[in-house]
Design a protein around this ligand. Sequence first.
Ligand SMILES: NC(=O)c1ccc[n+]([C@@H]2O[C@H](COP(=O)([O-])OP(=O)(O)OC[C@H]3O[C@@H](n4cnc5c(N)ncnc54)[C@H](O)[C@@H]3O)[C@@H](O)[C@H]2O)c1
Length: 328
Amino acid sequence: MRVLVAGGAGYIGSVAVERLRDDGQDVVVIDNLIKGHRAAVPADVPFHDIDLRDGAAVDRVVSDGRFDAVMHFAALTLVGESVEEPAKYYQANVVGGLTLLESARRADIPRFVFSSTAAVYGEPERLPIREEDPKQPINPYGETKWIIERALEAYSSRYDLNYAAFRYFNVAGATEARGEDHHPETHVIPIALFTLLGKRDKFMIFGTDYPTEDGTAVRDYVHVVDLVDAHVAALGRLDSSLGPINLGTKDGFSVRQIVDAVQRVTGRTLPVVEGPRRAGDPAALIADATRARELLGWEPERSTMDEMIGSAWAWYQAHPEGYRDGLG
Ligand SMILES: NC(=O)c1ccc[n+]([C@@H]2O[C@H](COP(=O)([O-])OP(=O)(O)OC[C@H]3O[C@@H](n4cnc5c(N)ncnc54)[C@H](O)[C@@H]3O)[C@@H](O)[C@H]2O)c1
């Protein structure tokens, strides 16, 4: 298959590019490098430094490409920043996403795989969360993803374009060659590991009075390689639309459990401080991934906490400056 990967220089997109290329697929990357890294894309993969909002530039790549599928990972992803600067998020995620989708439609690309998020649910009414549960995003980031999901549904019901919208919960881990190098880094496992590497003084636990077993917030983590497996499986099954699909394990981990696992896996002591809850952080977010299992035969085999932390730790040790400029 010939696959266009938007956001292929980012954390998850670059692991998808690596996998598609290893599988012998023909891959092309679009990324404006606002967050991604050129070095994360193999040198022999065609790369276009293009902003998705530049419709003419996107059209040039898409219309000549004879693509069988688009994987759309490109977005701005920081919840707090989306509250502070909503225009930036509506522009990048909604205008950018719709521009790519419309180019794909005009070029008759039959398959579209979209990176959505658990943030479309907002504060969940029940756990584990199922795809049909209410979508009530509580920040512009989640709202922009939900808008693209709705556009995909409308496009697929009217045009020859089949889609899957994967709602990721938390993503972690690395391959040997590709890891998580966000600036700024906001994810809990990299931050814990950066603290061990001396790049942060202390690891802060935000909230110790949640109604969870140990009082800290609980999240559902999937290894990035398992996540990409689901995308590859979807490519083979998009003869019709698959719709929204949660990707999680239903095994929640609390922040304290992550601290314990980080210490166990690395053999080092993490300096921890406790602070108040952050506004807008739900106590627990856990996915019901039954649809992923049923529709795709998806089994997240690498998503043990030790494997996710161990692979990330190995990547940071092998890449102490990340892809280039240091770890954020
Ligand atoms: N990392 C997670 O835990 C997580 C959780 C839920 C959802 N997601 C979603 O998965 C996707 C990938 O996340 P990630 O962690 O790899 O993020 P990332 O920031 O590492 O990658 C996103 C890539 O998109 C590119 N990009 C952003 N705006 C662009 C634009 N206008 N034009 C062209 N390229 C643009 C960036 O340069 C970057 O390379 C995102 O859509 C994100 O919302 C991630």
